[in-house]
Design a binder for this molecule. Structure first.
Ligand SMILES: Cc1cc2nc3c(=O)[nH]c(=O)nc-3n(C[C@H](O)[C@H](O)[C@H](O)COP(=O)(O)OP(=O)(O)OC[C@H]3O[C@@H](n4cnc5c(N)ncnc54)[C@H](O)[C@@H]3O)c2cc1C
Length: 463
């Protein structure tokens, strides 16, 4: 049956859902930002900034306007919550479809990824197997921001979205654009406004139902990330490390990471090795490098006009990451990506103003320190020199821009969605975007968000 579907938010999840559902349904996209460009949000940070650069944006394609398109699955075995682990297992069959929509050009992402992992985890006489294994990130060389198919009725610069409910169903959606107010009747609503935007929309629906959910936006998690040291590898392993660090595979680049499990097994982090020239462990250079690497367009140009760009480690990074050429060196930066678990971090709104209350807890810092000490012990056999900052503080880490977990899933009183991503108190509203990712080890979230979008589209088609 052809149904009237409204998707709120045209970012990574919203674009994939719109395009897939438009094959069989009448789909309207309501996007807060402009159509062919994007703008950065105003954010008030309650405790600390997420990063020195903007970590999300509004506009057609959402944050895919900024991203690097690195693809990696979240391993369900790294997820401690049963419910979300089950969801990831159910979303596994959609990996290839999601990867293809996210510009992976090969026949099967799954086959390629499994072969990369097997290759990286095969020990040699000089290179041991790591206790927690090696994982691989796949960067398609050709990618662009996501766009909306012609079949979708896409509306941009939308404000003041409201919902008309009858009993447990949304019957109509109201909004204004270009100074005009419109109301459209709906059969189904999907909220895909991202981990930062979805809580505000959910609050509007909750207000209409009179339900008492007061933890919308609570539980926000990200990946604390930072350069935490240097290592100069021995000559006999340097070629293997170079391949792990970055390897040109034709249509994509692979970058491998050493996985690190916490002593209690609950947390999983990883480290990447990035080419460097010096053994200097300078936080200001690391911060500059991160700003340069993550910025785009004019912002990147501005960063280039800094004396720091001439630092040998920055030169190595520019050649390695931006130009795709690795300077031959046995010295590497250690890039740490840590896991956070749902806690009291939150995003919340005062009227239209977005507030982000993000911290890395003392417990998390202590877990990361132990992991780095364990890494130091592992590297001793392989390195001529190691300089790891094992007593890192919060200052060494910033957001990897993988905003997640602002829509709680489960059956506790304050949980909002079930395993089908359906609102528990509303029968025709679903949520699908970074906000529904409940745990994410160290894994970039884009591929998982894509898998969840195609899983939801299939369920809607089959219903
Ligand atoms: C520099 C950078 C690099 C990254 N690199 C990677 C990477 O290599 N791999 C990876 O997996 N991830 C990466 N990410 C993260 C990735 O981009 C995000 O995880 C992903 O885009 C999130 O998808 P989403 O659908 O949840 O949200 P978004 O893509 O942010 O989409 C949300 C959409 O909702 C709209 N919206 C918000 N509020 C409203 C509202 N009230 N009404 C209507 N519309 C609304 C927004 O305008 C936006 O279009 C990167 C991020 C950054 C910043």
């Amino acid at each position: 049956m052809r149904r009237r579907v409204v998707v709120v938010g045209g970012g990574l999840a919203g674009s994939l859902l719109c395009n897939e559902l438009a094959r069989n349904h009448a789909v309207t996209l309501l996007e807060r930002g402009p159509k062919n460009s994007f703008r950065y949000p105003n954010v008030h940070f309650v405790n600390r900034e997420l990063a020195a650069i903007d970590t999300f944006c509004f506009g057609g394609g959402g944050t895919t306007n900024l991203w690097h398109n690195g693809l990696i699955p979240i391993n369900p075995q790294d997820v401690t919550g049963r419910e979300f682990s089950d969801v990831l297992v159910e979303a596994r069959p959609f990996i290839d479809q999601a990867a293809a929509a996210l510009f992976f050009a090969g026949e099967s992402f799954t086959a390629e990824y499994e072969s990369l992992a097997a290759e990286a985890n095969t020990p040699s006489s000089v290179f041991p197997s790591f206790p927690d294994g090696i994982d691989c990130l796949v960067y398609p060389k050709k990618f662009r921001s996501l766009t909306i198919a012609r079949e979708v009725d896409d509306v941009y610069d939308v404000e003041g979205i409201g919902f008309v409910l009858d009993d447990r169903e949304v019957k109509a959606v109201e909004f204004s654009t270009g100074g005009q107010t419109r109301t459209i009747d709906v059969d189904l609503v999907i909220i895909s406004a991202g981990a930062m935007g979805t809580p505000k929309i959910l609050q509007r629906i909750i207000a209409e139902t009179g339900a008492a959910f007061d933890r919308v936006g609570v539980g926000f998690i990200d990946h604390p990330m930072g350069f935490v040291g240097k290592v100069k590898f021995k000559k006999n392993v340097s070629e293997t490390v170079r391949q792990l660090s970055s390897c040109d595979r034709g249509s994509y680049i692979s970058r491998s990471a050493v996985r690190l499990k916490s002593e209690c097994g609950r947390y999983t982090a990883c480290v990447f090795f990035r080419p460097s020239l010096t053994m200097e462990n300078d936080l200001s250079i690391y911060k500059y490098k991160s700003r340069l690497g993550a910025s785009t367009g004019l912002a990147r140009l501005k960063h280039i006009f800094s004396r720091k760009v001439l630092h040998p480690d920055i030169v190595a990074e520019v050649f390695g990451h931006l130009l795709g050429f690795n300077i031959p060196s046995r010295t590497y930066n250690i890039l740490f990506i840590g896991e956070q678990k749902r806690g009291d971090n939150r995003v919340f709104y005062d009227g239209d103003d977005l507030n982000v209350d993000w911290r890395i807890s003392d417990e998390e810092i202590s877990i990361y320190r132990n992991m780095l000490e364990a890494l130091n012990d592992i590297l001793v056999e392989l390195a001529d020199q190691i300089e790891i900052k094992t007593d890192i503080t919060e200052d060494w880490l910033w957001s990897a821009a993988h905003h997640s977990c602002t829509t709680p899933m489960g059956h506790r009183e304050h949980d909002l969605i079930d395993k089908n991503l359906k609102l528990r108190f509303c029968d025709n509203v679903y949520v699908c975007d970074g906000s529904v990712i409940q745990e994410h080890s160290y894994a970039n979230t884009g591929l998982a968000i894509g898998q969840l979008a195609f899983r939801l589209a299939k369920r809607i088609a089959d219903a």
